[in-house]
Ligand binder design. Structure first.
Ligand code: ADP
Length: 259
């Protein structure tokens, strides 16, 4: 195997990739990966050439969500062929490690793996590459912003105060690194009962909208907490693909149109 190139130099474009959009969250479990997977599929359904780089090194979930498995091929031993499903070109750190194995790499190895996924994967011509980041404000976020020309970031949060507080740190970090915030997404916004359709604000309501207003960025979407979204993701076909006519899928298509 090849040692990753040393980390040096400033932000670079990935050849053939028009735009890089980072999907971030302050803490884990708020639905950042769910949003990334559905957004990618929605963009693909619109005919856009879309890639998804799963850089969530501590819990890569895109292989499961996008129904992709197996080890990516490297015919020349230098570059890596990405995987593809639902019209989305994807690569995940989860495909480079053994499933179920904890990622206990040290920082520099993680950064090397990220660098490798950006520079050695044959992404091809893409209108947009989404990067599903790990939660929080760590090395991966910094490396991405330093090494790649990130056009903007989207921060996913639940309405809960604690998730919001963490999201603020993420917003701060992107501001410091001069990465524009395209907007915020409120996930698990309202719970819609899959039985009767009754709506309830389990995690509170309006918190993300007021935060977006405060920092002067758009609220890009309010995505309901719905059983079908979780079931679809666990089943390896995001709701945008598996139930395209549902109102939940429509939420993600509306989001795709705003990007
Ligand atoms: P993160 O990437 O922020 O850690 P995930 O996208 O993995 O979060 O979501 C955590 C869990 O919540 C997953 O099981 C996912 O299917 C579920 N989930 C996320 N968003 C929703 C939603 N809007 N409705 C129902 N379940 C959701």
């Amino acid at each position: 195997s090849h040692a990753p190139a040393p980390l040096q130099g400033g932000p670079e474009k990935i050849p053939g990739v028009d735009r890089i959009i980072a999907i971030a969250s302050g803490k884990g479990g708020v639905g950042k990966s769910t949003v990334s997977a559905n957004l990618a599929c929605a963009l693909a359904a619109e005919g856009r050439r879309v890639g998804l780089l799963d850089a969530d090194v501590y819990g890569p979930s895109q292989p499961r969500m996008l129904g992709v498995s197996g080890r990516p091929a490297s015919p020349d031993g230098k570059t890596i062929l990405p995987m593809r499903n639902f019209g989305v070109t994807m690569m995940s750190i989860g495909l480079m490690t053994n499933e179920g194995q904890a990622v206990v790499w040290r920082g520099p190895m993680l950064m090397g793996a990220l660098q490798q996924m950006m520079s050695q994967v044959q992404w091809g011509a893409l209108d947009v590459l989404l990067v599903d980041l790990p939660p929080g404000t760590g090395d991966v976020q910094m490396t991405l912003a330093q090494k790649a020309q990130v056009d903007g970031a989207i921060v996913v949060s639940t309405p809960q105060d604690v998730a919001l507080l963490d999201a603020r740190k993420g917003i701060d970090m992107f501001n410091q690194m001069k990465v524009p915030i395209f907007g915020l997404i409120e996930n698990m916004s309202t719970h819609i009962c899959s039985n009767c359709g009754h709506e309830e604000h389990i995690f509170g309501h309006g918190g993300v909208a007021s935060e977006a207003a405060k920092i002067g960025v758009p609220l890009l979407a309010e995505i309901p907490l719905h059983l079908d979204i979780r079931v679809a993701s666990d089943g390896g076909a995001p709701i945008v693909v598996s139930k395209p006519d549902s109102p939940q899928a429509q939420t993600f298509r509306d989001l795709a149109r705003r990007l």
